[in-house]
Design a protein around this ligand. Structure first.
Ligand code: GTP
Ligand code: ZN
Length: 356
């Protein structure tokens, strides 16, 4: 989709992060949005001088706000529009948007749900929030004639499609696990995240040992003990180095695809007692927002059709196979727990199907 669609989605992401209005169109209508995250009295007055804009949130957030009994069909994918009350200013809206604040700012209410103007545009809006790495919560109004940033639900749906990903460059990269490794960088004209592959060992006809590693700044770079990412990354590199050959794909899917800031919000929720699954859901995201077709595309570009996959996650196997990469073997990668990640690992085992 290089070109128009990518440009529209990129502009919409940029606009939302800056607190600017976006007009989002779908086959069933159009809406005008401003992210609640970062909104203040001034930006809100500019977006909505009459104080009439409603609020758009995820179904999960609506449930926490005790709106579930007002929803026609309890569809977890369907966003919920809350009627704007005079007492909902930018600060109250922020407490509606951000579940991390629930303990410190008990919620006002009651809230009233209203029919969605355009359910498809509203759904695209929530997807756009994940792509922008912001909370899925907006001020929403009917579009007026003003020229604004405009995007369509189709633009948003196509945004992180890996189809235009290509190899940008490659170079020798000696690493502690292997002095002869080669790094390959991938880039897409459609979106800014640059994925990399580290190829270790001498390529032969056997299927390589492959690790799909999703970015985790806290675990990979800071030595976080809350997850198993850092030790898994290093173990994977050594296991690959011990094999005839292999590839580590470093995927820029921070926080299982919700971005660093939202992951840290999920951590704040975990500080309040929620587990990793409930924290994601309460924020208004899927339990796992990753799409592994990007990894399949990278393997295609490296002319690899069959892999031996280092993972405990059956969804990674299924994701590759759905994208026509054959997984000849799944190799477990299990590391000892520590007191800080015990519960996280147990949740992966008990609630997300990890084979641990
Ligand atoms: N949203 C969210 N993301 C997290 C949390 N803890 C870790 N992550 C992210 O989860 C991802 C972990 O990815 P992987 O280790 O590749 O995948 P996995 O699903 O655990 O599967 P394995 O291949 O078995 O390790 C990284 O993107 C982390 O940033 C959390 O509590 N919340
Ligand atoms: Zn991690």
């Amino acid at each position: 989709m290089a070109g128009g669609a990518g440009r529209n989605a990129a502009r919409a992401i940029d606009a939302l992060r800056r607190g600017w209005a976006v007009r989002l169109a779908a086959d069933d209508g159009a809406i005008r949005l401003m992210a609640i995250e970062g909104a203040d009295a001034v930006t809100l007055a500019a977006f909505d001088p009459d104080g009439k804009a409603d609020i758009l949130i995820s179904a999960a957030r609506a449930e926490t706000l005790k709106l579930a009994n007002q929803l026609a069909a309890a569809d977890p994918e369907r966003p919920v529009q809350i009627e704007r009350m005079p007492w909902i200013d930018a600060d109250v809206a922020t407490s509606i948007a951000d579940p991390v604040l629930d303990l410190s700012s008990p919620l006002k209410g009651p809230f009233r749900a209203r029919p969605l103007v355009s359910p498809h545009a509203a759904q695209a809006a929530l997807r756009l929030a994940r792509l922008a790495g912001i909370l899925p919560a907006y001020f929403v109004s009917e579009p007026d004639g003003e020229a604004e940033v405009e995007a369509s639900a189709d633009d948003i749906a196509a945004y992180d499609d890996a189809i235009h990903l290509a190899i940008a460059t490659r170079a020798r990269l000696p690493v502690s696990a292997s002095e002869t490794a080669e790094i390959v960088a991938f880039r897409s004209p459609d979106e800014p995240r640059e994925h990399v592959a580290l190829i270790v060992g001498k390529r032969d006809a056997s299927p390589p040992v492959v690790r799909l590693h999703s970015e985790c700044l806290t675990g990979d770079a800071l030595g976080s003990l809350k997850c198993d990412c850092g030790p898994q990354l290093h173990e994977a590199l050594h296991r690959i180095a011990d094999a005839p050959w292999g590839i580590l794909l470093y995927l820029r899917q921070e926080g299982r695809g919700i971005g660093l800031v939202n992951k840290l919000r999920a951590y704040a929720m975990q500080d309040q007692g929620f587990d990793t699954v409930d924290a994601n859901v309460r924020l208004g995201f899927a339990i796992d927002a990753r799409d592994f077709s990007v990894a399949a595309r990278m393997l295609d570009l490296l002319n690899v059709g069959t892999v031996r996959l280092l993972t405990n996650n059956p969804n990674k196997v299924a994701g590759l196979e759905a994208a026509r990469i054959k997984v000849a073997e799944r190799l477990p990668i299990i590391l000892p727990a520590n007191p800080h990640n015990e519960r996280y690992l147990a949740t992966k085992r008990d609630r997300t199907g990890h084979q641990l």
